[in-house]
Design a protein around this ligand. Structure first.
Ligand SMILES: [Zn+2]
Length: 456
């Protein structure tokens, strides 16, 4: 079996993954606003990387943080006259809703920066002790001149970086590229006690401290959007490698940006971009399919037509599977050639468009064989396995185990019999009790159907 290979921003080449255990750190949201579709793309690709590796037999430890203390969060709290923690909590909750709807697997850890001040202080202390960081009235800065390989991730020389950088000004910096590890306390801002002065952490050090805390150093894959390569990830490398003299992460996985094409930014395109609004308009599995149709290293034009096309394609997939009775029988096996093509695509730098293409090629072939009246249980099982691997669920995926579903059907049948003998009190009791558990019953001429209650 060929190993998984992944494009590595650091080496500008493919890195093969040979270890059975893969630790992944994904830079999560700065929780100052609602998650939008650009966020969804990045975190979906992280989730897909994890699912693909797990499917191929790797053991994955996945960590994704929240930046919950930041200039913009503080500003937002000021504007709304709330505490900064209330702003952070609000958008963490919203992210969790999106995560559940999009079917991202829950991470092994989801640390919040403000709950890891101790690790951040220890790392800052260490960089000060080593003479790589220096203390000023504005806070503690990292001296990029003390880290000779600074710029290796973004592939830039220090001079070019200075010319193009948007850096925070401070009269106390020794080099304009030096960045804050610890920001000195300002009036009206949250702060923590520290031996080198009250203040709050800089952004970059949070991720260095939290990734190493949960995953050790080095770990296998550091992930994030391409917009984070410089300065965020460059600075993470500098801090972590200067402090520990070990490599930080072996491979860097960067997801390209998403752009709105042909739609002017307005209130309505805003609704087309905020993740929860989009998930009101389109089925989440179709949104997932749409994003997976684009390779993570290609900038993606986000369009309504694309999303609608994916919704139709998803409908075809669902209708096909729903029309095949009981394909999960005991003697049904996967189609090995198709599975191999599918796995090969995932193994090759997470080529999700090709994996999706393979799935639909199988679907098309199966549709044509259906005309010939062939039994398509193997095709259906293979398609379902591909969908599950991609995290694309069926709409009637009830979230019940087969046994629970059978017991529920039995209960519905008993209720029907009770109604026939006019034992309505007991029949209604069954309906009410199911209702409390989020299950709605609908009596139709063809019999009683059950559905999940809206919002349950
Ligand atoms: Zn980060």
């Amino acid at each position: 079996m060929k190993p998984f290979r992944l494009y590595n921003t650091l080496t500008r080449d493919y890195t093969e993954i040979h270890t059975p255990r893969v630790r992944i750190y994904m830079c999560g949201m700065t929780v100052q606003d609602s998650p939008h579709m650009g966020h969804v793309r990045t975190f979906l690709m992280g989730d897909m990387l994890r699912r693909a590796l797990e499917f191929l037999g790797y053991e994955v430890l996945y960590v994704q943080n929240f930046t919950d203390i930041d200039d913009k969060i503080i500003q937002r709290a000021r504007d709304e006259q709330l505490d900064w923690r209330q702003i952070a909590d609000r958008y963490i909750q919203e992210y969790h809703q999106v995560r559940a709807r999009m079917n991202f697997l829950p991470p092994y850890a989801e640390p919040r920066a403000a709950l890891h001040i101790e690790e951040i202080l220890a790392l800052t202390r260490r960089l000060l002790d080593l003479g790589i960081a220096y203390s000023t009235p504005d806070g503690v800065f990292f001296s990029v001149d003390k880290f000779p390989s600074y710029g290796k991730l973004s592939g830039k020389k220090l001079d070019d970086l200075v010319a193009g950088a948007r850096v925070e000004p401070s009269p106390h910096k020794r080099n304009p590229l030096d960045f804050a590890l610890w920001k000195a306390r300002k009036e009206g801002e949250p702060y923590w006690y520290a031996p080198f002065g009250e203040g709050r952490p800089g952004w970059h050090i949070e991720c260095s401290a939290m990734s190493t805390h949960y995953l050790g150093q080095p770990f296998e894959i550091h992930a994030g959007g391409t917009d984070l390569i410089f300065p965020h990830h460059e600075n993470e490398i500098a801090q972590s490698e200067a402090a520990h003299e070990h490599p930080f992460a072996q491979a860097w996985f960067h997801v390209e940006m998403m752009q709105l094409k042909g739609e002017k930014m307005s209130k309505s395109t805003g609704l087309f971009f905020r993740a929860l609004d989009v998930l009101e308009q389109y089925p989440a599995p179709a949104v997932r399919l749409y994003l997976l149709q684009h390779h993570y290293r290609t900038p993606m034009d986000y369009t309504r037509e694309g999303l609608e096309g994916a919704t139709r394609a998803y409908g075809r997939l669902v209708r096909f599977l729903q029309a095949i009775p009981d394909f999960e029988g005991h003697h049904v096996t996967l189609l090995p050639d198709w599975m191999e093509r599918f796995e090969e695509a995932l193994r090759d730098d997470l080529n999700t468009p090709q994996a999706v293409g393979t799935m639909f090629a199988l679907l098309n072939e199966s549709y044509s064989r259906r005309q010939e009246g062939a039994s398509l249980a193997r095709e259906a099982l293979t398609l379902q396995t591909m969908m599950q691997t991609l995290g694309i669920t069926l709409p009637q995926d009830t979230g019940l185990s087969r046994l629970s579903e059978e017991l529920l059907e039995l209960l519905i049948h008993v209720r029907g019999e009770l109604r026939k003998v006019r034992a309505f009190e007991l029949a209604d009791h069954i309906r009410d009790e199911l209702g409390k558990r989020g299950i709605a019953l609908e009596d139709t001429p063809e019999g009683t159907r059950w559905t999940w209650k809206q919002g349950a």
